[in-house]
Design a protein around this ligand. Structure first.
Ligand code: NDP
Length: 311
C-alpha cells in the first residue's frame, strides 16, 4: 500500500464513508475504488488492485470496506457521491448489489448477481467478472478453452451460477451440476437449457444434467468429464473434507477449486493424490480482478504486476 500524508487503513466502515471528505483529504493518491464485504478482511483484492494501479501509473488507491447487509444501499450511494470510480462486491452482497445499480449487463442479469460496478457521471453500471475470471484462469493454467471441455460444477450458488453461465456462453461440450440441495441444481439446469440446444454427439450421457451429491453418482459421471470445479465454500476451513475424495478422482481430470488459502486446499490435495492436474482459486481471483480493472479503465490490466502481487 502506498503512503500519502496518512496511510490508508486496513479496513473502512460505513461511518468512515459518511465522513469521507475529512478522511479522503488526508490520503494521497486518493481512494477512488474499493471492495464491500462482510467479512472483508480476508479479501486480497486491495493487494491485487493497488499493484495494478501502481504499475499502470493511475493516481488512485483501492480500499477494503466492512459493510453489513443493512448498510449496503447507503454505502453504494455514498461511494457514488464521494466520486468513487468503481467498486467490487464480495460475500454476501453480490445479489443485493445487482438491485442497487442503474444498469446491469446481460450476462449478470442471467446470473442474478454482480461483483463489479463502474461509476461514470454518477451512473452505476453493474457487471459480473467471476465467469470471465474463471474462463481466463482455466486457459491460463490448463492451456485449454472451455468450448473443448466436458465440465462438472459442484455448487449452485452465486459463483457456480457465474461459472455455469460462462461455460454455456463459451459453448462447452457438456455441463453437469451437482449441488447439496438438488432443487437448486435442477432450477439452474432449467435456466441453462436454452444455451445447450443443438446437436452434439456425446454417446450415452446427456449434454446438460443435474446429478445428486453422492459419491456413486459423481463417480459414474467422471469417465465422461474433463474438468471438475468446486464452487462451494468447502475447503475454506482447514478441517473441511475434499468435496470429492481422492479415491473417486482419476488422472485424466483437470480439477479447479474456486477456494484458495495460504496452504493447498483439500480438493487440490485430493486431485494431486489421484494424479490429476489441479489449480486453486487464486488464478480466478486474479483474472476476475483483471476483468474488473479493464471495465473501470478501458485498458488492458497489468497481469505481471497483478500476478506478482498474489505470490
Ligand atoms: P453461495 O453462498 O452463493 O453458494 C454456496 C454454494 O455452496 C451452494 O450451492 C451451497 O449448496 C454449497 N455449499 C455450501 N456449504 C456446503 C457444504 N458444506 N457442502 C456442500 N455444499 C455446500 O456462495 P458463492 O457461490 O458466492 O461462493 C462459493 C465459494 O466460491 C466461496 O466460498 C469462495 O471461496 C468461492 N469464490 C471464489 C472466487 C475467486 O475469485 N476465486 C470468486 C467467487 C467465489 P446449497 O445450495 O445446498 O446450500
Amino acid at each position: 500500500m502506498r503512503v500519502g500524508q496518512v496511510q490508508m487503513k486496513e479496513v473502512y466502515t460505513l461511518e468512515d464513508l459518511r465522513n469521507w471528505r475529512e478522511i479522503a483529504d488526508k490520503i494521497s493518491p486518493p481512494i477512488r475504488l474499493g471492495v464491500f464485504g462482510d467479512p472483508v478482511m480476508h479479501s486480497l483484492s486491495p493487494q491485487l488492485q493497488n499493484a495494478a494501479l501502481k504499475d499502470a501509473e493511475i493516481e488512485m488507491q483501492y480500499a477494503r470496506f466492512h459493510i453489513h447487509p443493512d448498510e449496503l444501499r447507503e454505502a453504494v450511494q455514498l461511494a457514488r457521491d464521494c466520486r468513487f470510480v468503481g467498486l467490487n462486491f464480495t460475500v454476501p452482497h453480490k445479489i443485493a448489489a445487482a438491485g442497487l445499480v442503474d444498469s446491469v449487463d446481460e450476462s449478470s442479469k442471467k446470473i442474478g448477481a454482480i461483483n463489479t460496478v463502474r461509476i461514470v457521471d454518477g451512473a452505476l453500471a453493474g457487471f459480473n467478472t467471476d465467469g470471465e475470471g474463471f474462463g481466463r484462469a482455466i486457459r491460463d493454467h490448463f492451456a485449454i478453452d472451455l468450448r473443448d471441455l466436458r465440465v462438472l460444477v459442484l455448487g449452485a450458488g452465486g459463483a457456480a451460477r457465474a461459472i455455469a453461465f460462462h461455460c454455456a456462453s463459451e459453448r462447452c461440450e457438456r455441463l453437469v451440476i451437482v449441488n447439496r440441495d438438488p432443487k437448486k441444481a435442477n432450477r439452474l439446469i432449467d435456466e441453462l437449457r436454452p444455451g445447450f440446444i443443438g446437436p452434439r454427439v456425446l454417446g450415452p450421457v446427456a449434454r446438460l444434467e443435474a446429478v445428486p451429491w453422492e459419491e456413486s453418482a459423481i463417480r459414474f459421471q467422471l469417465a465422461n468429464l474433463d474438468l471438475v470445479v468446486n464452487a462451494t465454500p468447502l475447503g475454506l476451513q482447514a478441517r473441511d473434507p475434499s468435496p470429492i475424495p481422492a479415491r473417486a478422482l482419476a488422472p485424466h481430470l483437470m480439477v479447479f477449486d474456486t477456494v484458495y488459502g495460504t496452504a493447498k486446499t483439500p480438493f487440490v490435495r485430493a486431485a494431486e493424490e489421484a494424479g490429476a492436474r489441479a489449480a486453486d482459486g487464486r488464478l480466478m481471483l486474479m483474472h476476475q480482478g483483471a476483468a474488473s480493472f479493464e471495465i473501470w479503465f478501458e485498458r488492458p490490466a497489468p497481469f505481471t504486476a497483478m500476478r506478482e502481487a498474489l505470490k
